[in-house]
Design a protein around this ligand. Structure first.
Ligand code: SF4
Length: 296
């Protein structure tokens, strides 16, 4: 696997699709998510605990990602066929580990408990859809030829520089093959063409930044792989102009977030009172922090 670029540590905030998404949804949620240690009203441990709450949808996606990661790492080590019984047992254990986490649905008393059965149907369907897809056959029959160069869930947070600014674009799976760099992103939720296209462009920018010297002639092919309820894919072209356009958008969105810092370089936020509760109260029932806002 080619080495990723390393950047010197800086405290300044870095753009990511999820950070800016949270910022747009609710400034108060953004404060709790990214600046818990600056809160003077609630204990840092309490906020951090609420941050760790998962949900059935999130945890299902996380388990699917973990199993797929293990599957492709196993294929990197050996191209012999996957043993179905071992695979089933591995998946069951991953589901059990996921179900043992603290769920917001239980914490907020919407459900008594979450059992492995609450997740297993969707997890298994996602994995079945992947493993019966042409993409999977392509991976095990063609792309396997470059498996030593695959990057499966790269370490770190996907740090990159775009237009000189810090950003994070975390890629699931990268395959260099025949003058192309395929980037596959597993999706277990609904398709959101605008949001996901922007994410894919971010992955292309990440790959260009990290691998343009290792693979100077390769064309980058970012692909979203939707695993539920049916298998489907969405890919985008990622021209230099598109990546430049994304860098400009990230510059503008980063500036918006900088406005909420009293010290941009050290990433110190303004007072919490400058981060208002959102007006779209229909979002609050899905928010981990609703207890703190008394929007139960
Ligand atoms: S409960 Fe509502 S207002 Fe409070 S942080 Fe969450 S989304 Fe924002």
């Amino acid at each position: 696997m080619a080495d990723l670029k390393k950047y010197p540590f800086t405290s300044i905030l870095g753009w990511s699709a999820s950070r800016y998404g949270t910022f747009k949804i609710c400034r108060r949620k953004y404060f709790y998510q990214y600046y818990a240690k600056f809160d003077t009203e609630f204990g840092r441990d309490e906020i951090n605990f609420l941050k760790t709450l998962t949900s059935i949808a999130l945890e299902t996606g996380s388990v699917v990602h973990d199993v797929i990661e293990a599957l492709f790492k196993r294929l990197q080590q050996s191209s012999t066929p996957i043993n179905p019984d071992k695979f089933t047992k591995f998946t069951e254990k991953a589901i059990q580990r996921g179900a043992a986490r603290t769920f917001s649905e239980v914490y907020y008393k919407e459900r008594e408990q979450i059992t492995p059965e609450n997740m297993s149907e969707k997890v298994n369907k996602c994995l079945e859809n992947l493993m019966t897809s042409e993409r999977f056959q392509w991976a095990v029959n063609e792309a396997i030829s470059t498996s030593s160069e695959w990057i499966v869930e790269p370490p770190g947070f996907g740090e990159v520089r775009l237009g000189g600014l810090k950003a994070y674009c975390k890629v699931d799976f990268l395959i260099p093959l025949q003058n192309q760099i395929f980037i596959l992103d597993w999706k277990t939720g609904k398709k959101d063409e605008y949001k996901h296209s922007k994410q894919l462009l971010g992955y292309a920018a990440w790959a260009k930044e990290h691998f343009s010297e290792t693979y100077p002639e390769h064309v980058i092919k970012p692909i979203d792989v939707y695993l539920y309820p049916e298998y489907s894919e969405m890919s985008i072209e990622a021209t230099d102009n598109d990546i430049q356009g994304l860098a400009e958008q990230i510059r503008s969105e980063t500036q918006e977030m900088y406005q909420y810092c009293i010290d941009v370089e050290k990433n110190v936020p303004k007072n919490k009172s400058e981060f208002p509760l959102c007006e779209k109260t229909y979002l609050c029932p899905y928010c981990n922090f609703r207890k703190l806002c008394e929007r139960m």
